[in-house]
Design a protein around this ligand. Structure first.
Ligand code: GLN
Length: 305
């Protein structure tokens, strides 16, 4: 066999993809083919479809080296989004790294629940607080959907807020999404966000003892601070429920993402502090993912329409 020809052939994009898929599979990556494609498309700065259009294209040494590096990280089970540094959420492009939780598609239903209750209440200029904003996906997506909103993104982690700040700036939302560091309600005290129309949060909700048994992508790489919800996973819901009713405006509501099986308890917590119209929304896999509850008297036009 002609060695030069073989080398050339094995460097064709399509052959490289095949071998990379096998390599990732061997390392326990479930979505090996997809990940191999996403990472290669990222290195080549092209859309995935172009990999097929250009399947005969050879890779140059520099591209190969960068791709090899990305594959090695993925094989160590680093999530694709940390390898590429990007994650799409609600059709917006977010930068992410190990300082923040990677936005999940399921969280889009939380944003949609907020937007639909705002619409039902005919509120187009809400004061919104996203508690524990991380990447800023929720805060930025709401700001994009509701241009009249003033949004505060808070996080206890200063490291996380640096990522939030990049996303707010990159998405051109600097005059509309503001940042504050601190624990839950604390950073809103004495600011225009002390009383809010919307409190939205995807708090840490994984029971502490469950974290080690999560997929290695999560347990090894995502920030524990963004996952750990205490012994039963419900610590942050208790603290939010305790503080929320005194902080909502007359038309205000709270919208919380919940983990599997937590909806009933969170609903009860919200009802116990006097919130009404408590509704749940299911995510794309059919699990209840969002719980929303309003301050009494916040009905607005909802019953009329
Ligand atoms: N959805 C994350 C998971 O898959 C948890 C996010 C959170 O704790 N808020 O475990």
């Amino acid at each position: 066999m002609n060695t030069a020809a073989t080398t050339l052939q094995t460097r064709r994009l399509i052959d490289i993809l095949r071998r990379s898929t096998a390599f990732l599979t061997k390392n326990g990556v479930e979505s090996a083919r997809l990940d191999a494609e996403v990472l290669l498309a990222n290195v080549l700065d092209m859309d995935r479809i172009q990999l097929y259009v250009q399947h005969d294209r050879p890779l140059i040494r520099d591209e190969l080296e960068r791709y090899r590096d990305a594959l090695k990280r993925r094989a160590r089970r680093m999530p694709v989004a940390y390898v590429t540094g990007r994650k799409e959420f609600m059709s917006l492009d977010f930068v992410v790294d190990e300082r923040v939780l990677i936005p999940r598609p399921d969280t889009e239903v939380l944003v949609e629940a907020v937007c639909s209750r705002l619409a039902a209440l005919a509120i187009d200029d809400p004061i919104v607080v996203d508690m524990g904003a991380g990447s800023g996906a929720i805060a930025c997506a709401i700001s994009r959907e509701v241009p009249g909103a003033r949004v505060l993104a808070t996080d206890i982690s200063g490291d996380a807020l640096e990522v939030t700040a990049s996303n707010v700036a990159r998405l051109g939302l600097s005059g509309r999404v503001f940042l504050a560091q601190g624990d839950l309600f604390q950073p809103t005290v004495g600011t225009e966000f002390e009383h809010m129309d919307v409190l939205v949060s995807n708090p840490p909700y994984v029971p502490s003892r469950d974290i080690p048994s999560l997929a290695p992508e999560i347990s090894r790489y995502e920030p524990r601070l963004a996952l750990d919800g205490g012994p039963d996973g419900l610590d942050f819901y208790r603290r939010i429920a305790e503080g929320v009713s005194g902080r909502l405006t007359g038309r205000g509501f709270v919208a919380l993402e919940v983990g599997d099986g937590q909806a009933a308890q969170v609903t009860e917590m919200l009802e116990q502090v006097g919130l009404i119209d408590v509704e749940t929304t299911r995510d794309y896999s059919g699990a209840i993912r969002a719980v929303v509850g309003s301050k009494p008297g916040a009905r607005g036009d909802a019953d009329v329409l």
